[in-house]
Design a protein around this ligand. Structure first.
Ligand code: ZN
Length: 218
């Protein structure tokens, strides 16, 4: 993964308040509170037991086994075991394909973000995994495609604007607004290795740092 490097959880995180610990860790690791599966949604995030409770009851309170997940993705993942994708509730349903894990897998090796916002399975070693994930999760549905297309539009707009700096005051204010918006949502672009100029990358990091300091509890 080119630019997304997950920090090591700090040693003092305990299961005393696992849910708080997990939310704080993933919020920090993924820049903002975003779904660890679709990498897009920030609404109605739930805590997903990555290794389902049915398989690992002893890890139910382990913050390292919790992921932030939107309702859509959490519902689709259900009680699939992430490593071998078998289920407990439906014992007959089994596949050797793993569920993608932001903590372990390079999403950029699995998926390709196309110009129109759709997500395709890359060729190569992870193709079957990616095809399975695209069947399991709702990421080919219109709302997800639209959101990714909007992100790409913002990316192109910012790249063009940065080429024309210094802008007039109105243009600069508009650019800052779009940059802040993009910084909150650009996990998907980073995780999928979408090409971003160094100039834009540096601005996004700056925005993310500022927004992070402004977040409640920071
Ligand atoms: Zn999601």
């Amino acid at each position: 993964m080119a630019r997304l490097a997950l920090p090591e959880p700090t040693a003092d995180r305990t299961s005393r308040d696992a849910r708080h610990d997990a939310r704080a860790y993933w919020s920090e690791a993924l820049w903002f509170e975003l779904c660890a599966y679709c990498l897009l949604s920030s609404d109605a995030l739930e805590l997903d037991h990555h290794e389902p409770r049915q398989f690992a009851p002893d890890r139910a309170g382990d913050p390292l086994n919790l992921r932030l997940a939107c309702r859509n993705c959490n519902g689709r993942k259900g009680d699939y075991h992430p490593a071998h994708a078998t289920r407990r509730r439906k014992a007959g349903v089994a596949t050797p394909r793993p569920v993608p894990d932001i903590a372990r897998d390079d999403f950029g090796q699995w998926f390709e973000l196309l110009e129109d916002g759709s997500l395709g399975a890359r060729g190569g070693a992870f193709r079957e995994h990616a095809v399975f994930a695209l069947v399991l999760f709702p990421w080919c549905l219109d709302p997800f495609v639209r959101r990714r297309a909007e992100l790409l539009d913002k990316l192109r707009l910012c790249e063009r604007a940065l080429l024309h700096e210094p802008l007039d005051a109105h243009g600069q204010a508009l650019l800052e607004t779009i940059l802040r918006d993009l910084a909150r949502q650009c996990l998907l672009l980073i995780a999928l290795d979408v090409s971003i100029s160094d100039a834009l990358w540096n601005r996004l990091r700056g925005c993310a740092a500022t927004l992070s300091r402004q977040r409640p509890g920071s």
